[in-house]
Ligand binder design. Structure first.
Ligand SMILES: NC(=O)C1=CN([C@@H]2O[C@H](COP(=O)(O)OP(=O)(O)OC[C@H]3O[C@@H](n4cnc5c(N)ncnc54)[C@H](OP(=O)(O)O)[C@@H]3O)[C@@H](O)[C@H]2O)[C@@H](O)CC1
Ligand SMILES: [K+]
Length: 523
C-alpha cells in the first residue's frame, strides 16, 4: 500500500482523468461505494449488526469530501440503513430522503446526535485550506460531547481523514475530533503516520477509488502492514537443516548489561534462524549458559581494559566468523574505550572482506553510541549495514540535532540520512520508519506504547539479524522484523494492555505473530 502526500494524490487523480478518462465524478462514485462497502462490512462482521438496525448521520461539507459522503450515504441507504444528511454550509437537514423545515433543523439535529449510532465526518478532506470555521468546530464539539456521553454507542467515522487533520504534516486543527474509524481513499496519506494526526485516526481502512495500478508504479513510500509483511516472510522448505536458516554472531552484552545479549540472541532464534553464537568474555558465560541454552559461544579475551584488548577481541571474533550470515553489534556493549576499538577493528575488517564472504551487519544501541563520536563514522561501515537508532541515538549520530519520537521531522531525517550515510536506517519511534539509500521508505502503521520499555530494542535488533541470516535483503529483513515486533507486542498487550510489558514477554509471541500473519485473513 503506497503512501502519498496531497500533491501526489492530486497528480494521481489528474492522470487518472487525462490518461484513463476517470474523471472526478467517476472517482467519487467509486470512493463512496467503496467506503460504504467497508463500513457495511465493519457493521456486519465486527459489530454483528444488520444495516437496517443502524441509523447514521452524515455531516456533509462543501467540496468533494462531502461528495464522497453523499455517494456513500446513498449506497448504505440502498442496503437498508437509516440515513440522515446534514449539509453544513447550507444548514440543511435531510431525514430518510425528506427535507426538514429550516426552523426545525437545530432541534432535529440535536435529537439525531443523541440517538444515532454513527456520525460520518465528510466535512473536509485533503482540500482544507485554512483553520476550521468556528461553527464547524462547534458542530464537531457537539459530536464529541455526545460520544463522551454514550461511550461505545456512537462511532465517529471519518471519510478520507478526520476533518482538520493536515494530510501532509500530521498537524491537527484545534477543532478536530478523533475518529473511531478512518476510511481513507486510494492511499494512506503521509501525515497519518506522524503525531498528533496518528492518534486522531482510530482504526484505518483504505477504500479504492479505482485508480489503475500502473499509476502507482513510481511511488516509493509504502505503509508497512500485514499485506506487505506477509510477502516478506522467508520460505521454510521441508528439506532443511539449521544451516538452511543461517547463523548469527552477536557481539553484545557486558557486565552491567548482560540481559541485552540474552534478549537479542533469543530473538534471533525466535524468528527462525538456525543458530546463534554469543561472542562474550568468560565472566559472562555462566549467565548466558544458564539462561540461553540454545546458544553457542566464542570466548573473547578479557584482561586489562584498553585499546589493545579491543583489537584482540575483534581478532578472536573474526577468526570464528566464517560461515556466519549475519553479525549484530551493539546491544548492552557499554562504552569502554576497548569496546570502541573492537567495533572499529571489526568494521575495518568487514569492509575489506569480499562481498560474498561478508556477513550482513546490524548495529544497534551502544554500537551506535560508540560510533557517534568517531568522525565521519558512516564511512567505516560496510555497504548494506542496517542501523537501528531510537530518537536519542539518532540525535547523537547527527551530532546532537534533536529528532522527535513521532513528529513529521522524522520523515526528512530518515530519507536524507539513509542516503547520506549509505545505510538501511530503522528510525525507531511510535511509527518506525525504514529507509534505504536508493530512496525507498516504509512506515510501520501499528504502534504500541507498551513497547516503550527496556530491552525491547535488543529484541528488534536480534530479529533483524535473524532475518538477515535467512537471506532477506537488509531492507526487507528490517521491515519484517519491525512489523512482527509490534505484532508480537500486540499479542502481549492482550493480557497486559499498554503498560507492563517485559521485553522477554515478546520472545514467545514472535512465532505466534508470524503464525497469525500466515493466516490470509489477518490484517
Ligand atoms: N478530486 C478527486 O478526484 C477526488 C477527491 N476525493 C475526495 O475529495 C477530497 C478532496 O476534495 P476537495 O479538493 O474538494 O477538498 P475538500 O476537502 O472536500 O474541501 C474543499 C472544500 O472545502 C472548502 N474549504 C476548504 N477549507 C475550508 C475550511 N477551513 N473551512 C471551510 N471550508 C473550507 C473549499 O472551499 P473554498 O476554499 O473555496 O471556500 C472547498 O469547497 C478528498 O479528501 C476525498 O475525500 C476522492 O473521492 C477521490 C476523487
Ligand atoms: K472528513
Amino acid at each position: 500500500m503506497h503512501i502519498v502526500d496531497v500533491a501526489r494524490m492530486r497528480e494521481l487523480e489528474m492522470r487518472a482523468d487525462q490518461e484513463y478518462g476517470l474523471n472526478t465524478s467517476i472517482l467519487m462514485e467509486n470512493a463512496g461505494r467503496s467506503a460504504a462497502e467497508l463500513l457495511a462490512r465493519y457493521i456486519r462482521e465486527r459489530q454483528r449488526r444488520s444495516l437496517s438496525e443502524c441509523e447514521l448521520l452524515f455531516l456533509i461539507g462543501p467540496g468533494n469530501n462531502g461528495g464522497d459522503g453523499q455517494v456513500m450515504a446513498r449506497h448504505l441507504e440502498a442496503e437498508g440503513a437509516h440515513i440522515n444528511l446534514y449539509r453544513w454550509k447550507e444548514r440543511r437537514l435531510t431525514r430518510e430522503g425528506r427535507e426538514v423545515p429550516a426552523e426545525q433543523v437545530e432541534a432535529e439535529l440535536n435529537a439525531l446526535l443523541q440517538r444515532v449510532g454513527y456520525v460520518v465526518d465528510a466535512l473536509l478532506g485533503t482540500g482544507r485550506s485554512r483553520p476550521l470555521p468556528e461553527d464547524m468546530r462547534a458542530l464537531l464539539a457537539r459530536v464529541e460531547q455526545e460520544r463522551a456521553r454514550r461511550p461505545g454507542e456512537l462511532l465517529v467515522v471519518a471519510i478520507d481523514l478526520p476533518t482538520g487533520v493536515n494530510a501532509d504534516t500530521g498537524e491537527v486543527d484545534p477543532g478536530s475530533i478523533r475518529a473511531d474509524l478512518t476510511i481513507t481513499l486510494a492511499c494512506p496519506k503521509q501525515g497519518f503516520f506522524f503525531f498528533p494526526a496518528r492518534s486522531y485516526l482510530g482504526e484505518l481502512f483504505v477504500g479504492s477509488i479505482g485508480l489503475p495500478e500502473e499509476l502507482e508504479r513510481d511511488l516509493s513510500d509504502e505503509m508497512l502492514d500485514a499485506t506487505l509483511a506477509r510477502t516478506l516472510l522467508p520460505p521454510r522448505p521441508l528439506e532443511s537443516n539449521k544451516g538452511t536458516f543461517g547463523r548469527v554472531m552477536l557481539f553484545c552484552g557486558s557486565p552491567p548489561y548482560p540481559g541485552s545479549a540474552y534478549l537479542a540472541g533469543s530473538a534471533v532464534l525466535r524468528v527462525g534462524a538456525g543458530l546463534v553464537t554469543l561472542a562474550v568474555t568468560p565472566d559472562l558465560l555462566p549467565i548466558y549458559a544458564s539462561s540461553l541454552h540454545e546458544a553457542t559461544y566464542v570466548l573473547l579475551p578479557a584482561g586489562e581494559p584498553g585499546e589493545q584488548r579491543g583489537q584482540e577481541q575483534a581478532r578472536t571474533l573474526l577468526e570464528h566468523l566464517s560461515g556466519y550470515r549475519a553479525l549484530l553489534i551493539g546491544p548492552g556493549l557499554g562504552r569502554a574505550p576497548a569496546t570502541r576499538s573492537a567495533i572499529l577493528a571489526l568494521l575495518d575488517a568487514l569492509r575489506s572482506l569480499p562481498e560474498d564472504e561478508r556477513p550482513a551487519l546490524v548495529i544497534d544501541a551502544d554500537g551506535l553510541n560508540n560510533l557517534a563520536d568517531v568522525e565521519n563514522w558512516w564511512q567505516r561501515l560496510p555497504p548494506g549495514t542496517v542501523i537501528t537508532p531510537h530518537p536519542g541515538e539518532m540525535s547523537r549520530l547527527l551530532g546532537e540535532t534533536r529528532v522527535s519520537g513521532g513528529g513529521i521531522d522524522r520523515l526528512q531525517v530518515a530519507r536524507h540520512c539513509a542516503q547520506a550515510w549509505n545505510v538501511i536506517l530503522v528510525l525507531k519511534g511510535a511509527c518506525t520508519l525504514i529507509s534505504e539509500p536508493a530512496g525507498r521508505l516504509r512506515i510501520n502503521w501499528e504502534s504500541n506504547p507498551a513497547l516503550a520499555s527496556a530491552g525491547t530494542g535488543d529484541v528488534l535488533a536480534g530479529m533483524i539479524a535473524g532475518y538477515l541470516a535467512q537471506r532477506l535483503t537488509p531492507f526487507d529483513a528490517a521491515s519484517l522484523a519491525v512489523y512482527l515486533h509490534v505484532a508480537a507486542s500486540k499479542l502481549v498487550s492482550q493480557h497486559c494492555g499498554d503498560a507492563g510489558l517485559l521485553a522477554s514477554d515478546l520472545l514467545p509471541q514472535i512465532p505466534a505473530a508470524r503464525l497469525r500473519l500466515l493466516q490470509p485473513t489477518s490484517t
